[in-house]
Design a protein around this ligand. Structure first.
Ligand SMILES: NC(=O)c1ccc[n+]([C@@H]2O[C@H](COP(=O)([O-])OP(=O)(O)OC[C@H]3O[C@@H](n4cnc5c(N)ncnc54)[C@H](O)[C@@H]3O)[C@@H](O)[C@H]2O)c1
Length: 327
């Protein structure tokens, strides 16, 4: 299967290199790389010996890809998704689905009209601690859902150095979309209202006009709730750039997942690091490939992105209104 890459930044570049290295199976190849930034497209394509394109349309028109992986910035998911639908090419779209309800609904409608296989990359559904929690919940070990707390934070280098477009998104879209999706996957409740509070100043002073932190309380349809934290200004000296904690409480048990330490503390000289050891992308890709081949239903159908998008749209309204917003 030949996979085209749309958006050759951190994620697209990483997926392209891993596909080419055979890490996701020896039967996958990179069909070509497209990026509006020609230098980025070439930098990712040349070492792999594949063609570089400027636009998703050019890559899709080349006839090469059997499927595409779309890893463009949070607010730029609509156009490449519609291009893939138009070409009838299955696609794996990075989270969040979109940063507006209009874009999100347009992608869902196009996919459903065309019947193209399309999945969202809410990749933490394959993250081993969350898989174990899901199994325990589905077995009934924790009883009925009561409440949850989750924290997904990054060190400041993520919005100031790694993401050139951090000012056009928020830690809500970039980070909390994962947490809101995991919560929905684990407990299956629809959200009905949200209150959010945010702080600004540190990132603005560094030329990135977005929130430094967001705290939100989400209420679900049956009176249960969840507390969500995302901070985007933690020091770069942290042992790992991502801090991720999730506590799910049920009537008869609780699950606490914490991936920050990655099961290793590596001390070297004066430096302590938690190098990444949890790698679930091969299984995630295997499930997408199986869906493209018609061997299984899409694991995260595009339509499932609507729930987190609805919550996040209301959450951002609440950040402005300082009031509880109905979803
Ligand atoms: N699943 C995960 O765990 C995970 C982790 C990090 C990022 N992401 C998501 O992946 C997406 C990409 O993030 P990233 O960190 O790779 O960003 P990035 O800035 O490193 O890369 C994005 C690339 O897309 C290109 N681009 C922009 N618009 C385009 C278009 N219309 N067509 C083609 N190329 C276009 C940019 O030039 C850039 O090279 C984001 O939506 C982000 O939230 C997901």
């Amino acid at each position: 299967m030949r996979i085209g890459i749309i958006g050759a930044g951190t994620m697209g570049g990483r997926y392209a290199a891993r596909i080419a290295a055979g890490e996701f199976g020896s039967d996958l190849e990179v069909a070509g790389v497209a990026d509006l930034d020609a230098a980025r497209a070439s930098a990712a394509a040349e070492p792999l010996g594949v063609e570089a394109y400027s636009t998703a349309e050019e890559l899709l028109a080349s006839g090469g890809p059997d499927a595409v992986y779309i890893a463009t910035p949070d607010g730029a998911h609509l156009a490449p998704s519609l291009a893939a639908v138009e070409a009838g090419v299955p696609f794996l779209l990075e989270k969040p689905l979109a940063t507006s309800l209009e874009d999100a609904e347009a992608i869902v409608a196009a996919v459903e009209r065309a019947g193209v296989v399309a999945e969202l990359n809410f990749s933490n559904r394959w993250n081993p601690p969350f898989v174990a929690a899901k199994q325990a919940i589905d077995r009934g070990d924790l009883g009925e859902f009561v409440t949850l707390f989750t924290r997904l934070n990054n060190s400041i280098g993520s919005p100031t150095e790694r993401l050139g477009w951090a000012g056009s998104t928020t830690s809500g879209w970039f980070l909390l979309s994962h947490c809101l999706d995991l919560a929905y996957w684990l407990h299956g409740r629809r959200a009905v209202s949200v209150y959010a509070s945010g702080t600004r100043g540190v990132l603005e002073s560094r030329g990135v006009p977005t929130y430094d932190s967001i705290h939100a309380i989400v209420r679900y349809e049956d009176g249960t709730d969840g507390s969500y934290e995302s901070v985007w200004v933690l020091p770069d000296g942290m042992p790992a750039p991502v801090e991720f904690t999730f506590r799910y409480v049920g009537t008869t048990g609780a699950a606490t997942m914490d991936t920050h330490e990655q099961n290793i503390a590596l001390a070297s000289g004066s430096r302590l690091d938690y190098p990444g050891t949890l790698d679930w992308t091969p299984q995630r890709m295997a499930d997408f490939v199986a869906a493209v081949r018609g061997e299984r239903e899409p694991a995260v159908p595009i339509v499932e992105g609507l729930e987190s998008t609805r919550i996040l749209v209301a959450l951002h309204r609440s950040l402005e209104s300082e009031a509880v917003e109905v979803i």
